[in-house]
Design a protein around this ligand. Structure first.
Ligand SMILES: Cc1cc2nc3c(=O)[nH]c(=O)nc-3n(C[C@H](O)[C@H](O)[C@H](O)COP(=O)(O)OP(=O)(O)OC[C@H]3O[C@@H](n4cnc5c(N)ncnc54)[C@H](O)[C@@H]3O)c2cc1C
Length: 303
């Protein structure tokens, strides 16, 4: 491991050892990752991926960590953090070029200033370009797939371009070739009425603060909506609103959000998820699928 750390530092990336993932993820739970590595630019990012590709060590790329729960036993190997890869460029032709770690809300603000419409769906989604494309993030009737034109990915040692038509997107999922890492993306927007765009974004944000527990640590929707009922409605009907284990509970405001009401562990969160899945299946015959990604060294039950 120490040789690898030297090689990573030689590339120029920042390295943090035994980094507590409760400081990284938005739900504020999870144990330490062996290494969190932060490249300063795309060149370092690609050289780092080339290096990791040649090692036996497990590694994962994370953006803002707003859709990720890490087990209490932490993460073996390397977390590659994209937060410094955040350049955004807007052209006269209403195209937006953004690096993988650019925050969706920052892109939205820049596009509003430029009088461009199409990115309003992202209002209040705290993720990055990479996490957003990986998850096909969406809200307010739009998804990232609607505006993405080209995705550049690192794939087995090469950076290649994939056109929108070459990627299959579905509800909260994109089908990129296995092993791909998103490096940057191009979005295609349209000229719009700035005041109208601002008005819609304000409405979306107001709706969020009325209906979602945005003031507490959370990780967005826990479950995808099953075909015939919203997950939040189902969980509410099953009595999960406000139900908690340890420091985690299903929000009283929106039952499809788990909030960390102080000192929650990943085990608390995972027990809640399992309890809800069991109940949905037993009582309603519905298979709930998690939208949130759970990663790391698996732990079963509470410590
Ligand atoms: C308050 C709140 C509100 C939210 N509202 C919404 C909403 O309305 N709609 C919605 O869709 N989501 C919502 N989310 C969830 C989350 O913000 C989105 O899923 C977002 O797109 C995740 O981006 P991220 O950068 O945080 O991803 P992360 O959590 O860092 O990663 C998510 C997944 O993407 C992968 N990934 C990240 N970067 C890359 C990359 N460069 N290449 C390949 N894979 C990568 C990771 O490995 C991981 O599997 C919300 C979350 C919160 C906390």
């Amino acid at each position: 491991m120490s040789r690898l750390v030297c090689e990573i530092e030689n590339i120029g990336c920042e390295v943090e050892q035994k980094y507590p993932m409760n400081k990284y993820t938005s739900l504020r739970v999870g144990g330490a990752a062996d290494l969190v590595v932060t490249p300063n630019n795309i060149d370092e990012f690609i050289r780092l991926l080339d290096l990791l590709h040649k090692t036996d060590l497990p590694w994962v790329v994370l953006g803002a960590g707003s859709n990720t729960v890490v087990y209490d036993n932490g993460i073996e190997g390397v977390v590659v953090c994209t937060r410094k890869l955040k350049d955004i460029r807007i052209t006269e032709e209403s195209k937006v070029f953004a690096e993988t770690g650019a925050v969706l809300g920052t892109i939205l603000n820049r596009t509003i200033k430029a009088g461009l419409t199409g990115f309003e769906f992202a209002a209040g989604i705290p993720g990055t370009v990479g996490g957003g494309i990986f998850m096909n993030a969406g809200a307010n009737g739009g998804e990232i797939k609607d505006v993405v034109e080209t995705v550049r990915v690192w794939h087995e040692g090469r950076e290649i371009s994939l056109k929108r038509s070459e990627i299959e997107f579905e509800y909260r999922k994109s089908h990129l070739p296995p092993g791909c890492v998103i490096t940057r993306a191009e979005f295609s927007l349209k000229k719009g009425d700035k005041e109208e765009i601002e008005r819609s974004v304000k409405e979306y944000m107001e709706k969020r603060s009325r209906t979602q527990p945005i003031k507490m640590s959370n990780t967005g929707s826990i479950f995808k909506n099953p075909p015939d009922i919203a997950a939040g409605k189902l969980l509410d009907e099953l009595g999960f609103k406000g139900f908690g284990i340890g420091g985690a509970k299903f929000s009283e405001m929106h039952a499809n959000f788990i909030v960390n009401s102080g000192g929650a562990s990943a085990s608390d969160v995972i027990e809640l998820i399992e309890a809800a899945k069991r109940e949905a299946l037993d009582k309603r015959g519905i298979h709930l699928e998690t939208e949130v990604r759970i990663i790391g060294r698996e732990t079963i039950g509470r410590d």
